[in-house]
Write a protein that binds this ligand. Structure first.
Ligand code: NI
Length: 169
């Protein structure tokens, strides 16, 4: 099933998500639904809080269906290594229509469980590194706008509140 994407102003996005302890059929279905929801929204990453589920689960596919092996499931992820720097435009399905330059590490290793509960280490560069950081941030209740200046962040939030008031958000 395709879940609607929760947008900024919903407190679930700014709440640290709960650790996953049960690896069952329900979890596998949720992960399949998360990939489906991510593709439907034209995204390359999606975290469970973005569909209103406060659990430490994220899915990533920076190839957007090109390479089935590029589908990555991150359960209870922890960033264990970061190096280098990249600066690029970043957006988020929960903050549609906005993009900002964000500096991130260029090479990142994340340790996470898969849908069977098995731990893996994934190392990525550039967009994949950015996705690991962005999605892990989501599970810690953090959005990419926390990495831009306070001035820019306040401006975005003001615009969104205005849109919400007008019923356009
Ligand atoms: Ni996001």
């Amino acid at each position: 099933m395709i879940y609607p994407i929760v947008k900024l102003l919903d407190p679930v996005l700014e709440t640290p998500a709960q650790t996953v302890t049960v690896f069952n059929a329900e979890l596998k279905q949720l992960i399949a639904d998360m990939f489906e929801s991510m593709y439907a929204a034209q995204g390359v990453g999606l975290a469970a809080p973005q569909i209103g589920i406060s659990k430490r689960i994220a899915v990533v596919d920076v190839t957007f269906k090109e390479d089935p092996k590029a589908k990555i499931v991150l359960i209870n992820p922890e960033i264990i290594h970061q190096e280098g720097k990249q600066r690029s435009n970043e957006g988020c399905l929960s903050i549609p229509e906005f993009r900002e330059q964000v500096t991130r590490a260029n090479r990142v290793t994340v340790r996470a469980q898969d849908e069977h509960g098995v731990w893996h280490e994934h190392t990525g560069e550039e967009l994949l590194a950015r996705a690991f950081l962005h999605e892990t941030d989501h599970l810690n209740g953090k959005l990419y706008i926390s990495h831009v200046s306070a001035l820019k962040r306040d401006l975005i939030k003001r615009k969104i509140k205005k849109l919400a008031k007008a019923g356009q958000w």
